[in-house]
Design a protein around this ligand. Structure first.
Ligand SMILES: *Cc1c(COP(=O)(O)O)cnc(C)c1O
Length: 403
């Protein structure tokens, strides 16, 4: 069976150059990078090199990179670290309703421990209103944490404009750039970003490694207390192989970004156009242009997203839906809910997230396969038959939540 992977926002395969680069540190170069003897020397040098490559992707200094165990840790360290270090200055944090759970849950946790958190709304295209941010700022605001690009819709927020506001008001600005890094150019200096999270496995490096950029001079209380690693900001013996991998992945991203943006945007648009032409009642969730190149979120109204995913899977196509199937009930995506997407449409949403490995043939295969699936599912929808005048066919009874 064909295997077509269109779920790169969930995780990416490890790039072969990345794997080659990291392997020696899982084999012979096992030393502790903090050791002063021969065994530690090469791992230490490799970490230094990786830090340089990571810094280059973001345009920051090597001293401003903290390696972490994942994107979630980076988000936790940024948010809790700032919240705690600025506690005497204020207790107000601003974020949005559409953040990744790593940010959203951390903010909700802080809200339970005496912090005051504002969760900003987005509009129907998933965009933020800058005036709303300005209005939310108070004398107690210590941190604004707003994601670079949304993992579900791909919508990019106006990060440079937010950076201008936070700089002017002297408020720390963190952005979860897990889906910006490597996909579009990022310059933390030009964009006035104080803290920025990236994750290895969304960037063709393995799971279990990430990095947090922290602007020089920004003070942070550690989340993991321990040894002197990462300039006392993150205890724990370094994940040498993972860090080397992340560095290599950043280097490749810098090298290939321009070509990849062109290639992946063209494939994404081919998919969007192809599906829109062949299937009626499709809505795109998210801003048409303000989005990262690889992400497409569509609602196939009167069809059910989870069932579509199972059908796609049977054809070897991996994608993702906007709602999670938990114990028989469908929880609509918090991102689509915040955008005001009607419940029915959010249950029929599918996220296609493209990556380096995809080809035009992959895309055409999906465009060929999907219309019949949607049509079959719609033939069972009484609502759809009312609208189109087609009869319902209840012979197929597919339940998405039986798995
Ligand atoms: C995946 C993801 C994270 C978490 O990264 P992990 O390395 O899996 O912990 C954080 N934010 C966004 C936007 C993500 O997509």
């Amino acid at each position: 069976m064909k295997r077509i992977y269109l779920d790169n926002n969930a995780t990416t395969p490890i790039h072969h150059e990345v794997l080659e680069e990291m392997l020696p540190y899982l084999r012979d170069e096992f030393g502790n990078p903090s050791s002063i003897h021969w065994a530690g020397r090469k791992p230490r040098k490799a970490i230094d090199d990786a830090r340089e490559k990571t810094a280059k992707l973001l345009n920051c200094d090597v001293s401003e990179i903290i390696f972490t165990s994942c994107g979630s840790e980076g988000d936790n360290l940024a948010i809790k670290g700032i919240a705690e270090s600025k506690r005497d200055k204020g207790n107000h944090i601003i974020t949005t309703k559409v953040e990744h759970p790593a940010v959203l849950s951390t903010c909700k946790y802080l809200a339970k421990t005496g912090y005051d958190v504002t969760f900003l709304d987005v509009d129907s295209q998933g965009m933020l209103d800058l005036n709303q941010i300005k209005k939310a700022i108070t004398s107690k605001t210590i941190l604004i944490t707003i994601m670079f690009a949304n993992n579900e819709t791909g919508v990019m927020f106006p990060i440079a404009e937010i950076g201008r506001i936070t700089k002017e008001r002297n408020i720390a600005f963190h952005t979860d750039a897990v889906h910006g890094a490597g996909k579009v150019p990022i310059d933390v200096k030009k964009m006035n970003i104080d803290l920025l999270t990236i994750s290895g496995h969304k960037l063709y490096a393995p799971k279990g490694v990430g990095a947090l950029y922290v602007k020089r001079g920004v003070r942070l209380v550690p989340v993991i207390h321990g040894g002197h690693q990462e300039r006392n900001r993150r205890g724990g013996t370094e994940n040498t192989a993972g860090i080397v991998a992340l560095g290599k992945a950043c280097e490749i991203a810098v090298r290939d970004m321009e070509a990849e943006i062109k290639q992946i945007t063209a494939l994404r648009d081919r998919l969007e156009k192809g599906l829109m032409e062949k299937i009626s009642h499709v809505r795109r969730n998210g801003h048409p242009t303000q989005r990262i190149p690889n992400t497409l979120n569509l609602s196939f109204e009167y069809a059910e997203g989870e069932s579509l995913l199972l059908n796609l899977d049977m054809k070897g196509i991996a994608a993702s839906s906007g709602s999670a199937c938990t114990s028989g009930t469908l929880e609509p995506s918090h991102v689509l809910v915040a955008m005001g997407v009607p419940l029915e449409a959010s249950h029929s949403s599918v996220r296609f997230s493209l990556g380096r490995g995809n080809t035009a043939e992959d895309i055409d295969y999906v465009i060929e396969a999907l219309p019949a699936m949607v049509e079959r599912m719609r033939s069972m929808s009484p609502l759809y038959s009312t609208i189109t005048g087609k009869g319902t066919d209840l012979k197929f009874s597919e339940s998405s939540c039986s798995h």
